[in-house]
Design a protein around this ligand. Structure first.
Ligand code: SF4
Ligand code: MG
Length: 332
């Protein structure tokens, strides 16, 4: 469905060129949910924004391809991308007001989204479908809610309305960027349920961008871990959680809060992500890596299949010593 290959995105700043995405490559299959995780600045959001050409200047794609259903989106004119957006590819944002217009009633916005991409749909047909969609995402009393404006909705209801709009045209790809980040735990759980509903309703391939491995564990089939603009590990969710083969992923897992673990058993990764203005030579993780040795400081590790014979046979890691992690205990 979606194949991203060797994607590179740069931002020209006064201080120099920041390579926010540096050779990222991964794919999302039909009906599959792929979680892209990493700290802020890892390039995960920029990667997601690149798909629909939404990276704003001074950022620009400088290399690679983004193929969606066989077409390279990075070669399409902006007008074609606008047509695809909200139709075949839909986005779900952290802040629903990014997608909702404050001065148009929620129902009318969904009707307009439907008719924009399905011109043959009658007004009444679109209206009925919009009410139905509000019901699908769990908005009670949908016919009355239809007429209300976004400010008359609670935060959670706005999330639901945005998701209704995103799935209105039966997208084949859903992109959700930090959909739960700003929400409290209860609402987070509801939004996760809702994303599940949205995915089941549309059977869309889903790209879930998040810094939260807990969200990935809940929803994703596969995981892509990004660090300093690169993919450092990828594999199916079980393999990543039970047999991680990159020290950065191990660090993320050890800093994951869990019900069965006290706060003093959490181990945040020491240090911070490198400046992408002047990234470290060799492995970009070496300044923070507990296993770093000389080779790591000079030789850049490529993403390669992990040869440990455990779990997902397509499991990949960009660590010179991935196989040695087998004996490293992850305290989880
Ligand atoms: Fe750590 Fe070296 Fe592996 Fe990089 S290549 S993650 S520095 S062990
Ligand atoms: Mg982000």
């Amino acid at each position: 469905m979606l194949v991203i290959d060797d994607l590179a995105v740069e931002f020209r700043t006064d201080e120099g060129v920041v390579r926010a995405v540096d050779g990222a490559a991964f794919s999302v299959g039909t009906g599959e949910i792929v979680g892209v995780v990493g700290e802020s600045g890892s390039g995960k959001s920029v990667t997601a924004m690149s798909i629909l050409g939404l990276v704003k200047p001074p950022g620009r794609r400088v290399g690679g391809s983004i193929r969606f259903r066989g077409r390279d989106l990075s070669q399409l004119p902006a007008s074609d991308l606008r047509t695809i957006r909200g139709g075949d590819i839909a986005m779900i944002f952290q802040d629903p007001m990014t997608a909702l217009n404050p001065v148009v009633s929620v129902g009318r916005q969904i009707v307009e989204a439907l008719r924009l991409h399905q011109p043959k749909l009658s007004k009444d047909g679109a209206r009925a479908r919009a009410v139905e969609l509000l019901g699908v995402v769990g908005i009670p009393d949908a016919p009355a809610r239809f007429k209300q404006y976004p400010h008359e909705f609670s935060g959670g209801m706005r999330q639901r309305a945005m998701i209704a709009m995103a799935i209105a045209n039966g997208p084949s790809l859903l992109i959700a960027d930090e959909p739960t980040t700003a929400l409290d735990v209860t609402i987070q759980a509801q939004v996760l349920d809702l994303l599940r509903v949205a995915q089941q309703e549309t059977q869309a391939a889903t790209l879930l961008i998040t810094h939260d491995l807990g969200v990935v564990a809940e929803l994703a089939d596969r995981v892509v871990v990004m660090y300093a603009g690169r993919v450092v590990e990828q594999g199916d969710v079980t393999t990543i959680f039970t047999a991680p083969r990159h020290p950065y992923t191990v660090g993320l897992l050890e800093s994951l809060p869990r019900l069965d673990r006290d706060v003093d058993e959490l181990y945040p990764i020491p240090g911070s992500p490198p400046s992408l203005l002047d990234p470290p030579p060799g492995c970009p993780f070496h300044p923070r890596c507990p296993l770093a040795r000389d080779r790591c400081r000079t030789e850049r590790p490529e993403l390669r299949v992990v040869g440990d014979g455990i779990g997902d046979p397509t499991h990949r890691s960009a660590c010179h010593f991935a196989e040695e992690l087998e004996s490293t205990e992850v305290s989880r």
